[in-house]
Every structure is written in C-alpha cells, then in structure tokens.
Design a protein around this ligand. Structure first.
Ligand code: COA
Length: 260
C-alpha cells in the first residue's frame, strides 16, 4: 500500500513506521491517523515482521499533537466522535497489537503525540525530546487515552501536574518518571531500538503476544476512565474556552480564557 503522510521501512524482521509531516511537526491529521491504522493492521498480519518502531521524521518532532487546524470548529458531537474513533481504531489498537511496538521519541511528543507514544508497548527517547499533554492550554483535555495511560506510567500526582500545568518535561525527567525506558542521542536512537529488538526477536513471538495480552489485561479496570475521557473531551468542544484556545493557537497569540 502506498501512503502520503507516513513512510514504512522494513529492515529484516523490523518495520520502522515514520510519521512524515515535518513541516507541521508531524501533527496527526485525519489522513495520518487513517494511514497509521492501515499500516499497523497490515504489519500485524505480516508474519515476517517481529517488531515495529514508530518515530517521527526530521530532527525536531516525534509528533506535536493532533492537528489543531482540523478540529478548531468541531461541535460537542464531533469532538466526542474524534476521541472515540481515534482511541478505538488507532491508540487501543496499537496497545493491543500482538507485535511489539517501540516508540522512538525523537523530539516533541505533545498531546496526541505523547498519547501515541504511550499507546506503544514502551518508549526510548533522544536527549532533545520534550514531552507533555498541553491540551488544557487549548481549553481541551487529552482525548486519545492520555488521562488513563499517563497516570498508569508515571503515577497520578505526576500525571495531574503535567496535565494541569500543560508543561513539557525533558527526556531525562521522563526517564526518571519511568515514562521512557532509555535516553540516548538522536544518532543512537534507532540503533538502540535495533539492539533491543535483537533481544526481543530471540524469544518466542507467540509467547510475547500472550505476555502483551496478559499485561494489558491488568489495566482493563480503567475502561470506564476511557469512556469518561471521551465524554469530557467532547464536552470541551461546547465551551468558549475551547474556541479561544484553538483560535489563539492558530492566530499565534496567547489565549485569554473567558472561563466558561
Ligand atoms: N497542530 C497543527 N499544526 C501544528 C501543531 C499541531 N498540534 N504543532 C505544530 N504545528 C505547526 C505550526 O502551526 C507551524 O505551522 P506553520 O509553519 O504553517 O505556521 C509548524 O507546525 C511549526 O510549528 P511552530 O509552532 O512554528 O514551531 P515552534 O518550534 O515555534 O514550536 C511547538 C514548537 C511544539 C512548541 C509548537 O508548535 C506547539 O505548541 N504546538 C502545539 C502543541 C500542542 O498544543 N499539541 C496538542 C494538540 S491537542
């Protein structure tokens, strides 16, 4: 299959999926989400592929979030649908993939970008990476599983501080939080992923698929949290704060929230 917003490179038993919109810091638009869905679905069926690395093109960003220009005029219903469809078709799908998926976080991983990295089985970052969930600065909340996966990975207090401040943490901080497993230079990021994959692919892929399923089962009690996130994310689209937050971003100015 040919894609316009992503690239796929296959090296022996590894597939590298590269989100390729560097001029927009690899922001996730509808087309990218749909292409990623198709790519992951195809790669899971490819018996020659034993591991997948997900990364962003260029030296600046993994993914700087969902594409704000696409949803700035959405209604409550459309906002709800955006979160529900994205979660089911891509983020939950990656988390439950039977093939191991490593996020190689090569720069900004913000909003939907960090949520995408968190949906992967684990993360490796380059030392220039910056991570955060800045949605409340837009009058929104994370809608692709961020309110559930961030506390699972870093603990509730750190997650709430990151969400409430809308701030970014460095790769080193993310490492100390347990959000990423390793930090290295940009040049060494993919070689390190390959080294880890060499260890993974020595093992039984059938057993690994069962292990992924078993580990994920332990977090299924949060299923209502994901539902709550979808409802709350949708509700944000009915607020004046959301209109102001997204308009300010697109007009390249600081938001001044009316508070409704
Ligand atoms: N959605 C849409 N476009 C985005 C984007 C996003 N999430 N993130 C970056 N872009 C676009 C910018 O609008 C800009 O496009 P332009 O050149 O056509 O104007 C381009 O990518 C480069 O970004 P820019 O903001 O100029 O780079 P920077 O180095 O000054 O700042 C960031 C980098 C990551 C701090 C900044 O882009 C940013 O805050 N992005 C939004 C992050 C966010 O809120 N994500 C959550 C969305 S729910």
């Amino acid at each position: 299959m040919s894609y316009t917003t992503i690239l796929i490179q296959k090296e022996a038993a590894t597939a590298i999926v590269i989100i390729n919109r560097p001029n927009k810091l690899n922001a996730l638009n509808k087309e990218t989400i749909s292409e990623l869905q198709n790519a992951f679905s195809d790669l899971q069926k490819d018996k020659n592929i034993k591991a997948i690395v997900l990364t962003g093109s260029g030296e600046k960003a993994f993914v700087a979030g969902a594409d704000i220009s696409e949803f700035s005029d959405y209604s409550v219903k459309e906002g709800r649908k955006l979160a529900a469809k994205g979660q089911k078709k891509l983020f939950d799908f990656i988390e439950n993939l039977s093939t191991p998926v490593i996020a190689a976080v090569n720069g900004f991983a913000l909003g939907g970008g960090l949520e995408l990295a968190m949906a992967c089985h684990f993360r490796v970052a380059s030392d220039n990476a910056k991570m955060g969930l800045p949605e409340v600065s837009l009058g929104l909340i994370p809608g692709y599983g961020g309110t559930q996966r961030l506390p699972q990975l870093v603990g509730k207090g750190r997650a709430l501080e990151m969400i409430m401040t809308a701030g970014m943490i460095t790769a080193e901080q993310a490492h100390s939080y347990g959000l990423v497993n390793h930090v290295t230079t940009q040049e060494e990021l993919l070689p390190l992923c390959h080294k880890i994959i060499a260890k993974i692919t020595n093992n039984s892929s059938v057993a690994i698929a069962h292990a992924i399923k078993a580990v994920n089962a332990g977090f299924k009690n949060t299923v209502n949290g994901y539902e709550q996130e979808i409802e709350a994310f949708g509700a944000c689209f009915g607020t004046d704060d959301f209109t102001e937050g997204t308009t300010a971003f697109l007009e390249k100015r600081k938001a001044s929230f009316p508070g409704s």
